[in-house]
Design a protein around this ligand. Structure first.
Ligand code: SAH
Length: 366
C-alpha cells in the first residue's frame, strides 16, 4: 500500500504514466503529469468521451490483462479504481515491480462554472490576486493573444490550456465558437476560466460571453482587470484626468469610424479622448475632430505595444498626427490619447511644467 506520509518527487519526463479513473475526476492528475513531461495513458472502467490529451487504453478484464498493462508503463496512478479491481491491480504491480501511487479525484460539479478574468494589459504584475486565484483553481483556461499567458503552466498547473486566439491553421476561433466551448466545458462539470486582455468588459466581448453562459444556465462571474485604456497612457506618463486640465475621459473603439454626429458630440464634450483599436481609423478621427472644431494644436499620443520591450510613444498635434503616424509606421496594438493631458508626459513642455506647478499650488491650498 502507498504510504501517505511519504512526499517524494520523481522526474517523470518522457516516462509512461498510467492513470486509472475517469478523465473528469482524473483531470487534474492528468494535467499535472502532462505538465511534468510524462506520456499519460488513461484507463477507465466506465465509458469515456475520447480525451485528446491522453492515450486511452482498455480497462483490463483479467489478472493477466492487468499484468500486461502495468508492465508496459513506468508508474501507475490510481485515481478511481473500483474495489472489485483493486486486488488485481496491486498484485500485478507487485509482480511486475511497477510503482503504484494514489491521487485524489477532483470534484465533478454539474454544471461547472465560468469565470471571465481580466488579465490586464500584458504585464504579469498587473494580474490581480483574484485573477491568479481563479487560474489556480481552473480545470481549463481559454486564452488569447492579448491576455498574459506565458506563465499559464505556473498559474494554472492543473488546467488544460486552449488558445482561442488561433487554431492550428492560424485563424482566430470565431466568437460564437468560443462561447459554445465555454458553455460545453462548464456543462461537462469543469471549472472554466476565460482569460482576456485588459478588462473583460472594455471592448473584450465579455458581455456576450456572459450572456451565452446565462442563456445556457451556466453560472458565470467576472473578475475585472486593469484596462489598457488607463494603464497604457499611464505607462507613458499620461494621466487620463488631471485637476484643472481634464475632468472626464471618453473611451472609444476605433474599430468602426464615428458618425458626424458622434464626432460633433465628442468635440463638444471636451476632456480626454482615449481610443482603442484606433490606428486604422486615425485619419478619419483626426480630420473629423478638426472639422468639428477641435483646436489644431491639440496634442495626441500614440502608445504602441505598451508593457512590452518594444513599447513606443509618439506625440504630435491633431493636425499633424496622421503624417507623423505614417512617418514612424505606427501599428496596432496601440492606445491613442487626445487631450491636453498628453502634455504632462512631455517633461520639457512649458505648458506641462506650468500646469503641474499650478496643480501643486492648488493642492497645497486645500
Ligand atoms: N479589453 C481590453 C481591450 C481589448 S481591445 C482592455 O481593457 O484593455 C484591444 C485593443 O486594446 C488594442 O487594439 C489596443 O488598442 C488596446 N491594447 C490592449 N493592450 C494593449 C497594450 N499592451 N499596448 C497598447 N494597446 C493595447
Amino acid at each position: 500500500m502507498p504510504n501517505p506520509s511519504l512526499d517524494i518527487s520523481l522526474d517523470v519526463t518522457g516516462r509512461r504514466v498510467l492513470v486509472l479513473g475517469g478523465s473528469r475526476p482524473a483531470r487534474r492528475v492528468i494535467a499535472r503529469y502532462r505538465a511534468a513531461g510524462a506520456i499519460v495513458y488513461l484507463a477507465a472502467d466506465t465509458y469515456e468521451v475520447p480525451n485528446p490529451l491522453v492515450r486511452s487504453v482498455a480497462w483490463p478484464q483479467s489478472q493477466a490483462a492487468w499484468r500486461d498493462l502495468v508492465s508496459a508503463v513506468d508508474l501507475v496512478v490510481a485515481v478511481d479504481v473500483p474495489p472489485s479491481a483493486a486486488a488485481a491491480l496491486e498484485t500485478a504491480c507487485t509482480e511486475k515491480s511497477v510503482w503504484l501511487t494514489r491521487a485524489a479525484a477532483a470534484p465533478v460539479a454539474r454544471p461547472g462554472h465560468v469565470t471571465l478574468v481580466g488579465g490586464g494589459p500584458g504585464d504579469d504584475d498587473l494580474l490581480t490576486v483574484a485573477a491568479l486565484s481563479a487560474l489556480a483553481g481552473a480545470d481549463i483556461v481559454y486564452y488569447d493573444r492579448l491576455g498574459p499567458h506565458d506563465r499559464l503552466d505556473e498559474w494554472a498547473p492543473g488546467a488544460e490550456q486552449v488558445n482561442v486566439g488561433k487554431l492550428p491553421g492560424h485563424h482566430a476561433v470565431p466568437q460564437v465558437e468560443i462561447e459554445r466551448m465555454l458553455v460545453a466545458s462548464a456543462l461537462a462539470g469543469l471549472t472554466v476560466v476565460r482569460l482576456k486582455g485588459g478588462d473583460p468588459f472594455v471592448f473584450g466581448r465579455g458581455g456576450e460571453e456572459m450572456a451565452a453562459c446565462r442563456a445556457a444556465g451556466v453560472p458565470v462571474t467576472v473578475i475585472s482587470g486593469v484596462t489598457s485604456a488607463i494603464a497604457v497612457p499611464a505607462l507613458a506618463g499620461i494621466p487620463v484626468t488631471h485637476r484643472e486640465l481634464s475632468k472626464l475621459f471618453t473611451v472609444l473603439s476605433g474599430h468602426v469610424p464615428l458618425s458626424e454626429e458622434e464626432l460633433a458630440h465628442l468635440v463638444g464634450l471636451g476632456g480626454t479622448i482615449v481610443v482603442l483599436m484606433g490606428v486604422g481609423t486615425l485619419p478619419h478621427l483626426a480630420s473629423g475632430l478638426a472639422r468639428h472644431g477641435m483646436r489644431a494644436d491639440m496634442p495626441v499620443a500614440i502608445i504602441e505595444r505598451g508593457f512590452s520591450a518594444h513599447q513606443r510613444t509618439t506625440v504630435a498635434a491633431i493636425d499633424t498626427v496622421v503624417r507623423v503616424a505614417g512617418e514612424v509606421g505606427a501599428r496596432s496594438p496601440a492606445v491613442l490619447v487626445i487631450g491636453d493631458v498628453v502634455r504632462l508626459a512631455q517633461q520639457d513642455d512649458a505648458t506641462a511644467v506650468a500646469v503641474l506647478a499650478n496643480a501643486a499650488t492648488l493642492s497645497g491650498q486645500r
